[in-house]
Design a protein around this ligand. Structure first.
Ligand code: HEC
Ligand code: HEC
Ligand code: HEC
Ligand code: HEC
Ligand code: HEC
Ligand code: HEC
Length: 422
C-alpha cells in the first residue's frame, strides 16, 4: 500500500472517532443542563447544591458517584458516611432522585462531561464566567444533517483515494507480470477533472443537491431567527421581548407549571401575562442567570422598583412592556377556560412546544379554517365531566342506535357563526 492510502485510512478512523466522541460529549452537556444545572455549577460556586469542581477528588471512588446520582436518598439512608456528611453540610437540602429518569449510560455521559467541561470562552476573563457560549450551542442540539452529509462525502472521497492507489499498484504489478511498462500515476486532481468532464450531467445534479441543501439550511436559520414568517396569518411571528425571558429555562428546564404564571388560563377567557410581582416571587432570591448573568434580571428589579442591594422596594415602578404575539381580530370570541378546562386541550395543541422555546413563536395560523378543522376532528371530552352529564344524555337520545357516532365539537355547535363571532 502506498503512503497515501495508509494516511487516509488513519484519517477516516480519526474522523469516525471524532464524530462519535463529539456526540457523546454533547449528550452529557445536554443532560447536565436539563437535569443538574438548576442546582449545580461546574465551578466552585454553590447554588442549591455544591459546585462540582473537584468533586472527583473529594467523593469516594468506584461507583459511589453513580449510586449517589441515581438515588441519593437510598445512599443517605444506608448510613454512607460521605453521603450523610454532604447532606448535613448542605442544610439537608434534598437532591432529586434520578432513578427511572436517567439510565446508567446517561449518568456516565454526565460524569464524563463534568470531568471535562468545555473551557469558558475567554478563559482569561476570570472564573466568574459560568455560562460558556459553546455550551449553549451544544445544548441547542443535534448535528445538522448537512454537516453529516459533508462529513460522509469527505470520508467517501478519502476511501476512493485509497482504493485508487491500491488499484494503481495492482495494475502496475499486473503490468510487470505481463512485461508491460509501468503506468504513470496521474494526479488525483487531473483524474477528477477527467472524470467530471465525462460525467457532466451527474456533476450538475450533485451541485444542485448541494446548492439546495445549502439554501434549505439558510431558510431554516432564517425561520429560527424569526426573519421568515407567513405574512398573512402571522404564523412564525416571534418578536424580540424587552427582557430575554426564556420559556425553555422556566417551563422546560425548571418545570414551572404554565398556570403558575398564566394563572387566569383556567378561570377566564384570557390566559394573561404575569405581572412583575410573580417574577419577584423567585427573583428576589435568584439574582443571576445562567446565560446573561445579572443583566436581564436587573430589568425585573427596575420594573418593580426593587433594590437588590438593600432588599427593599424603594424605586419607581415601570411595568414591563411585553409584546403580544397572538392576536385574534376583535370580532372573534375565543375562551381559554372553555378549551383548557372543559375541552381538556393541552396548551401545546395550539401553542406548540413552548417548553422548548427560548423566545415564544406563534405556531398556529389562528385562522377560521384552523379553528373549524379542529372542531370537526376533536371529540368532546365527556367522560367524568359534570358539565356534560346532562347534555350527554340528550345526545345519546338524539343519536340512538348510532353507537359509533363521534361527538366532535361541531356536533355541539362548534361551527355556529355566533359562537365565535360577536
Ligand atoms: C434540586 C437540586 C439538585 C439537583 C437537580 C441535582 N442536585 Fe446534586 N446535589 C444537590 C444537593 C443539595 C447536594 C448536596 C447534598 C444534599 O444536601 O443532598 C448535591 C450533591 C451532589 C453531588 C455531591 C457533591 C459533592 O460535593 O460531593 C454530586 C456529585 C451531585 N449532586 C451531582 C448531581 C448531578 C450529576 C445532577 C444531575 C443529574 C444533580 N446532582 C442534580 C442538589 C441537586
Ligand atoms: C415564569 C413564568 C412563565 C411560565 C412558567 C410560563 N410562561 Fe408563558 N409567558 C410568560 C411571559 C412573561 C410571557 C410574555 C413574554 C414572552 O412572550 O416571552 C409569556 C408568553 C407566553 C405566550 C405568548 C403570549 C402572547 O403574547 O401571545 C404563550 C403562548 C405562552 N406564554 C405559553 C406558555 C405555556 C404553554 C407555558 C407552559 C409550558 C408557559 N407559557 C409558562 C411567563 C411564563
Ligand atoms: C418559580 C420561580 C421563577 C419565577 C416565577 C420566575 N423565574 Fe426567572 N428564573 C428562575 C430560575 C430557577 C432561573 C435560572 C437560575 C439559574 O439557572 O441560575 C431564572 C432565570 C431567569 C433569567 C436569567 C436568564 C439567563 O439565562 O441569564 C431571567 C431574565 C428571568 N429568569 C426572568 C424572569 C421573568 C421576567 C419572570 C416573570 C415573568 C421570571 N423570571 C419568573 C425562576 C423563576
Ligand atoms: C384551542 C387552542 C388554544 C389552547 C388549548 C390554548 N391556547 Fe393560548 N391562545 C390561543 C389563542 C387563539 C390565543 C389568542 C387569543 C386572542 O388574541 O384573544 C391565545 C393566547 C394566549 C396567550 C396570550 C394572552 C392572552 O390571554 O391572550 C397566552 C399567554 C396563552 N395563550 C397561553 C396559553 C396556555 C398557558 C395554555 C395552556 C394552559 C393555552 N394558552 C392553551 C389558543 C389556545
Ligand atoms: C386544538 C383544537 C381546537 C382548536 C384549534 C380550537 N378549538 Fe374551539 N373547541 C375545542 C374543543 C375540544 C371544544 C369543546 C369544548 C367543550 O366541550 O365545550 C371547543 C369549543 C369551542 C367553543 C364553544 C362551542 C360550543 O358550542 O360551546 C367556541 C366558541 C370555540 N371553541 C371557539 C374557538 C375559536 C374561535 C378557535 C380559533 C381561534 C378555536 N375554538 C380553536 C377545540 C379547539
Ligand atoms: C370556530 C370558530 C369560528 C366559527 C364557528 C366561525 N368563525 Fe368566522 N372567523 C373565525 C376566526 C378565528 C376568524 C379570524 C380569521 C383571521 O383573522 O384570519 C374569522 C373570520 C371571519 C370573517 C372575516 C374574514 C376576514 O378575512 O377577516 C368572516 C366574514 C367570518 N369569520 C364569518 C363567519 C361566518 C359567516 C360563520 C358561520 C358560518 C363563521 N364565521 C363561523 C372563527 C370562526
Amino acid at each position: 500500500m502506498s503512503h497515501f492510502s495508509l494516511k487516509s485510512l488513519f484519517g477516516a478512523v480519526f474522523l469516525f472517532f471524532a464524530f462519535s466522541f463529539g456526540l457523546k460529549a454533547q449528550d452529557g452537556a445536554k443532560l447536565f443542563k436539563q437535569n443538574c444545572a438548576v442546582c449545580h455549577a461546574l465551578t466552585d460556586q454553590k447554588l442549591t447544591g455544591p459546585g462540582l469542581a473537584g468533586v472527583f477528588d473529594r467523593a469516594p471512588k468506584g461507583d459511589w458517584l453513580k449510586n449517589w446520582i441515581l438515588n441519593n436518598e437510598k445512599l443517605i439512608k444506608s448510613g454512607d458516611a460521605y453521603a450523610n456528611k454532604i447532606y448535613n453540610d448542605n442544610g439537608k437540602a434534598a437532591m432529586t432522585v434520578f432513578e427511572g429518569q436517567l439510565t446508567d449510560k446517561d449518568v456516565d455521559a454526565i460524569l464524563a462531561y463534568v470531568k471535562n467541561p468545555p473551557p469558558p470562552p475567554g478563559a482569561t476573563a476570570g472564573a466568574a464566567a459560568t455560562g460558556p457560549a459553546t455550551e449553549k450551542e451544544e445544548v441547542k442540539g443535534g448535528i445538522d444533517p448537512l454537516y453529516l452529509l459533508l462529513g460522509a462525502i469527505v470520508i467517501i472521497a478519502i476511501i476512493i483515494g485509497a482504493l485508487r492507489s491500491v488499484r494503481h499498484s495492482l495494475q502496475n504489478s499486473y503490468n510487470r507480470k505481463e512485461g508491460k511498462a509501468e503506468s504513470e500515476e496521474i494526479s488525483f486532481s487531473q483524474e477528477v477533472k477527467q472524470w467530471m468532464g465525462g460525467h457532466r450531467r451527474l456533476v450538475g445534479v450533485f451541485i444542485l443537491i448541494i446548492g439546495f441543501a445549502g439554501m434549505k439550511s439558510c431558510w431554516n436559520a432564517c425561520y429560527d431567527l424569526g426573519v421568515y414568517y407567513d405574512w398573512e396569518t402571522q404564523k412564525g411571528y416571534q418578536p424580540p421581548q424587552p427582557i430575554k425571558f426564556s420559556h425553555k429555562l422556566h417551563a422546560g428546564d425548571n418545570e414551572i407549571a404554565c398556570q403558575y404564571c398564566h394563572n387566569s388560563v383556567e378561570k377566564s377567557k384570557h390566559a394573561g401575562i404575569p405581572s412583575v410581582n410573580i417574577c419577584m416571587n423567585c427573583h428576589k432570591g435568584i439574582q443571576k442567570g445562567p446565560q446573561y448573568g445579572e443583566k436581564e434580571i436587573a430589568k425585573i428589579y427596575e420594573a418593580s422598583g426593587f433594590n437588590p442591594k438593600t432588599g427593599v422596594y424603594d424605586g419607581p415602578q415601570n411595568p414591563i412592556k411585553w409584546i403580544k404575539i397572538h392576536n385574534l381580530p376583535d370580532h372573534v370570541y375565543f375562551n381559554h377556560k372553555q378549551h383548557v378546562v372543559v375541552g381538556k386541550q393541552d396548551c401545546a395543541n395550539c401553542h406548540g412546544k413552548v417548553k422548548e422555546m427560548e423566545v415564544v413563536q406563534q405556531q398556529s395560523p389562528l385562522t377560521m379554517k384552523w379553528c373549524i378543522e379542529c372542531h370537526r376532528k376533536t371529540e368532546v371530552a365527556m367522560e367524568g365531566n359534570a358539565y356534560y352529564d346532562k347534555m350527554h344524555k340528550a345526545l345519546k337520545e338524539k343519536y340512538k342506535g348510532q353507537y359509533d357516532v363521534k361527538f366532535t365539537v361541531d356536533k355541539i355547535g362548534g361551527l355556529e357563526c355566533a359562537k365565535c363571532h360577536y
